[in-house]
Design a protein around this ligand. Structure first.
Ligand code: UDP
Ligand code: MG
Length: 325
């Protein structure tokens, strides 16, 4: 696909989205090196600063000044974790690409094991968590519910209990670059592209420092993006429900006419009228709402805005974006 990248001597790229991670960056980098250096491959570390408001940028710039295998990309504002990872995928050059959270919830120590699976011929190896420490019961429950719902609603098989921690072959990265949708759901995309996928298991640790930036609001957004990007079921449910309710209304209408004109016995049906109007109104609003969700995504894609804006970076952009040459 791209001569530059396929001829790249860089074997491994590590993509790290950063949003207010000053407490974790030094440890993370140390632990990554501790694991990756012994593997003896040429590796680049791509830090994407997603509009952090703490000293994160300063720290990664400092690392980049000290080590010439550290790249940084500084976004013009916060674009969200999915976009940070997207930028990393666009700009990295490695033959194998790792995506890892900065908060050390994803143990870098798994990377050699994951890389080994890649060598065995898999194209995607994701890390599947066996347990989750330090996350609230509510978060565990919602996340479990979400994955189960998603699995039932969609026909792409999105692996349960995984985050974004995974290693991918260059082939997969090139495939992902062909999917420019605005409302990204990376886990869905990675599953959608296919190839040979497998997993390694681990126990997920507590966030090392700082705070999660995921609010329930953001989680609901991501869940809606995931469902609407990979499933038409909500749309169909509303249609089916609409038909069902209309059918009942039709039967009731015939019955009303029958009572009114043939049996001549009827009540002034104020209550039933109100109830049916409200009920139908409600159903219609739900249906319109669901259509609106899809429409919002269609319009976002039609606008074709850039997915993210880079303020500055130490990556020479022409070199790493062969598709623009
Ligand atoms: N992150 C980001 N932009 C955001 C939110 C998060 O780049 O708007 C990064 C964050 O720095 C971390 C990763 O995405 O490296 C995962 O975030 P977090 O740990 O808050 O998510 P959780 O583990 O709670 O799902
Ligand atoms: Mg985390």
């Amino acid at each position: 696909m791209s001569s530059h990248v396929s001829g790249s001597p860089t074997v491994l790229s590590v993509i790290i989205p950063i949003f207010n991670e000053e407490a974790n960056i030094p440890t993370l980098y140390k632990r990554l090196r501790g694991v990756i250096d012994p593997m003896g491959l040429s590796c680049e570390y791509v830090f994407i600063n997603d509009g952090s408001r703490d000293r994160s940028l300063e720290l990664i710039r400092g690392l980049a000044a000290q080590h010439d295998d550290v790249r940084y990309v500084n976004f013009s504002r916060n674009f969200g974790q999915q976009m940070a990872v997207t930028a990393g995928l666009d700009l990295c050059v490695g033959q194998a690409v790792v995506i890892i959270d900065a908060d050390l919830q994803d143990p870098p120590e798994l990377i050699p094991q994951m890389y080994e699976k890649l060598r065995q011929g898999y194209e995607v190896v994701y890390a599947k968590r066996r347990s989750r420490e330090g996350e609230s019961a509510m978060k565990k429950l919602t996340s479990k519910l979400f994955y189960r719902t998603l699995a039932n609603l969609t026909n792409v098989d999105i692996p349960v209990d995984t985050g974004d921690f995974r290693i991918m072959d260059r082939k997969v990265v090139e495939a992902l670059k062909l999917m420019p949708e605005q409302n990204k759901y990376m886990r869905g995309q990675i599953s959608w592209v296919g190839f040979r996928q497998t997993f390694v298991e681990f126990d997920r640790a507590e966030r090392a420092g700082g705070q999660t930036a995921w609010t329930y609001r953001k989680m609901i957004r991501l869940a809606l993006d995931a469902i609407t990007s990979y499933s038409d079921v909500p749309l169909k449910v509303s249609t089916v429900a609409g038909f069902f309710v209309s059918a009942i209304a039709f039967v009731m209408m015939i019955y009303t006419f029958y009572s009114r004109f043939f049996r001549q016995s009827y009540q002034p049906g104020w209550a039933s009228l109100m109830v049916s109007i409200l009920f139908l109104g409600g159903v219609q609003l739900i249906a319109i709402g669901i259509i609106g969700e899809y429409l919002a995504r269609v319009s976002a894609d039609v606008r074709r805005r850039p997915l993210y804006l880079i303020d500055d970076t130490n990556i020479v952009l022409e070199d790493t974006r062969p598709q623009r040459q």
